[in-house]
Ligand binder design. Structure first.
Ligand SMILES: [Zn+2]
Length: 250
């Protein structure tokens, strides 16, 4: 193993992401190389420092797991190939940081809004799901320019039928949808556009309206409850236009 390869594998090694054979190769190289052990120590110490600081920014464990697995899934090479060093770890770290910061913001806001635990969790799920959909390929499971394609597809995946509407004439075209996971259940995520802005609209059945903050992590949120369904629109679109979009659904 060359130093170049060894260095690229140190991070995944520290993260426990290598298979046994790769692990052994890295360890053998660290034993015999004069230079790489220094890099190993630096990265290992950096990891310890980050963990020491972590409590200030810690996202809940279930969220970390989901973000990491989502990012790994996106970054994973096609089947049959071994782990390729990539920017997956860096990407995962930055996404986690963004998500945890957002979560902390919401935690503060949740005290103001006296949100229950469940509601806070849902709001934070919505936020991370929106972020995930923007960075990954998971924006659309069913691309659609008309609700006739999206509606049956989404309804076929869920045990409820969300109202799938297109507002292209009002300047909010439906571009598709996907099934996402929120509040420990699969939910519909309808994807709309307003100019270059993406709007994720989450729809799921619930009698208790979700009390999400109006803004978090640089995104605006508008939530409402209608006919036993919770709706949450999240976007980097300005609050006024996001409310206009919500108004179309009412
Ligand atoms: Zn080396």
């Amino acid at each position: 193993m060359t130093c170049k390869i060894a260095l690229s594998l140190i991070e995944p090694y520290l993260d426990g992401e290598l298979d046994a054979a790769q692990k052994a190769e890295v360890e053998a190289h660290l034993d015999e190389c004069a230079n790489c052990p220094a890099a190993y120590r630096r990265l290992s110490e950096l990891g310890t420092d980050l963990r020491t600081l972590a409590p200030r920014y810690a996202a809940p464990e279930h969220l970390q797991r989901r973000v990491l697995s989502a990012v790994r899934k996106e970054a994973r090479p096609r089947q049959g190939r071994r782990f390729q060093p990539s920017n997956a770890s860096a990407l995962a770290a930055s996404v986690l940081l963004a998500v945890s910061l957002g979560w902390n913001v919401k935690l503060l806001q949740s005290q103001r809004h006296t949100m229950g635990n469940t509601t806070a969790e849902v709001a934070q799920d919505i936020d991370s799901s929106h972020v995930r959909s923007l960075i990954g390929a998971h924006l659309l499971d069913v691309p659609s320019t008309e609700q006739h394609t999206a509606k049956p597809w989404i309804n076929g995946k869920l045990d409820y039928s969300p109202d799938v509407k297109d507002f292209a004439t009002a300047g909010f075209p439906l571009i598709g949808g996907r099934v996402d996971y929120l509040d420990r259940r699969p939910v519909a995520a309808l994807v709309y556009k307003r100019r270059e802005h993406v709007i994720n609209l989450f729809v799921w059945p619930s009698d208790s309206p979700v009390a999400a903050p109006e803004a978090a992590n640089g995104f605006n949120l508008v939530t409402w409850n209608k006919a036993g369904m919770n709706y949450c629109a999240i976007s980097d679109l300005n609050q006024t236009e996001l409310r206009q979009f919500a108004g179309l659904y009412h």
